[in-house]
Design a protein around this ligand. Structure first.
Ligand code: SAH
Length: 364
């Protein structure tokens, strides 16, 4: 193991400058290093020919470039990919690539499992282990871009990144912000600012902080137009109810022209998919620049929910559109490899569950 070495994938541009300063080197070494790591995908210091031999040897002693390892690549019939990425202690996470004619979207995980326990999500059933490090988050992009190659159908393979995989990104705030900075940095992956989207169930205080430090686009998992229903589907709502969430969202895009909130709304048969629900949703977000993503529920083993009927889905969309809301129905992609929204599971050594079991054992 290499625990005492600094994994340079954990450092954003500013951290790398500090790192090289500590080695007595000039700040431009950070620029050279980022180009090697993210543009050339070189992990071996010996190959970094524009660094002096002494510096290369020094780096080999105190640092490493160690992305997490892809252990399984599952291609879908529709061109999507799902990669299983192994981490420590029997944990693994999943990363998904979704190609479309004019773009390629990478869906990245931010935690091992998730602590939020949304009632309709497969990841919730896995429990929660820990936050991902910066290296583990940016490492998903690094591995995907290596496996896909730079170009695809005449454009960059990865044009968009969404933090919509496993986990709640705003509960891993510092690491997620650094990783998204590296995604957007020209010396990192150089993805356009608007095209890096963070999806949250609504950690309200973190939304106010995010506005101050980041320029990611925001998607919010709303799923219900009333607190009563949302409390049931997204338990985090009991802590941060809808009114507080909407205020934080308005604040996030305030004074940012051309920005809007993407609302995600999973359609569950006879739970949240009536015309009244659609009208209440439209009223709720009326004065916020918005786009609505309707996600027909993706079933997983053990769930008691069902996907809304096609007629309910189109009716829901029609009501929102009649209220002037841009509304798209998210196509299910990668369904054959369980890579669709809410189906990501990986392998999580859930601490919560284990502790419960230990408590049970302790009390006989
Ligand atoms: N925790 C963040 C990031 C996860 S994003 C968030 O809640 O936004 C994953 C998206 O897929 C979320 O909008 C989530 O609500 C949705 N989702 C979860 N389970 C689903 C399922 N079974 N079918 C369809 N969408 C689901």
């Amino acid at each position: 193991m290499t625990a005492d070495k600094t994994n340079l994938l954990n450092l954003d541009r500013r951290d790398l400058e500090v790192f090289f300063a500590q080695l007595g080197e000039k700040p431009f070494r950070a620029i050279q290093m980022m180009k090697w790591i993210y543009h050339e995908r070189v992990t071996d210091f010996a190959s970094m020919t524009n660094l002096s031999k002494t510096l290369r040897e020094r780096l080999a002693e105190c640092a490493e470039i160690r992305p997490p390892q892809v252990v399984l690549d599952q291609p879908s019939r529709d061109g999507s990919h799902k990669w299983l990425i192994r981490l420590d202690n029997g944990n693994s996470i999943e990363t998904v690539f979704i190609p479309e004619p004019d773009r390629g979207t990478l869906c990245v995980s931010s935690q091992i499992g998730c602590p939020l326990d949304c009632s309709f999500c497969a990841t919730a059933q896995q429990g929660f282990n820990r936050n991902l490090t910066v290296a583990e988050i940016i490492g998903q992009v690094w591995q995907a871009s290596r496996l896909l190659g730079d170009q695809r159908n005449g454009h960059r393979a990865i044009t968009n990144i969404v933090l919509m995989g496993m986990g709640e990104p705003l509960l891993n705030f510092a690491n997620v912000v650094k990783a998204t900075d590296l995604m957007q940095d020209d010396l990192g992956f150089g993805i356009s600012k608007r095209r890096v989207t963070l999806s949250t169930a609504g950690v309200v205080p973190a939304l106010y902080r995010l506005r101050e430090v980041s320029e990611v686009s925001l998607a919010v998992s709303l799923h219900a137009p009333t607190d009563e229903l949302r409390n049931e589907l997204v338990p985090l709502n009991r802590k941060y109810p809808i009114a507080e969430l909407l205020a934080a969202c308005k604040n996030y895009i305030m004074d940012k022209p051309h920005r809007r909130i993407t609302w995600e709304y999973v359609l569950l048969d006879k739970v949240n998919d009536s015309e009244q629900h659609a009208r209440a949703l439209a009223a709720l977000i009326r004065d916020i620049p918005s786009k609505v993503n309707l996600i027909p529920f993706n079933p997983f083993p053990g769930t008691h929910y069902q996907r809304s009927r096609p007629v309910a889905i189109t009716r829901f969309q029609a009501v929102l559109m009649a209220h002037g809301l841009t509304t798209v129905i998210r196509k299910t992609r990668g369904g054959d490899i369980a890579a669709a929204c809410g189906q990501l599971a990986g392998q999580v050594q859930a601490r919560g569950h284990r502790l419960n079991r230990m408590a049970q054992l302790a009390t006989g």
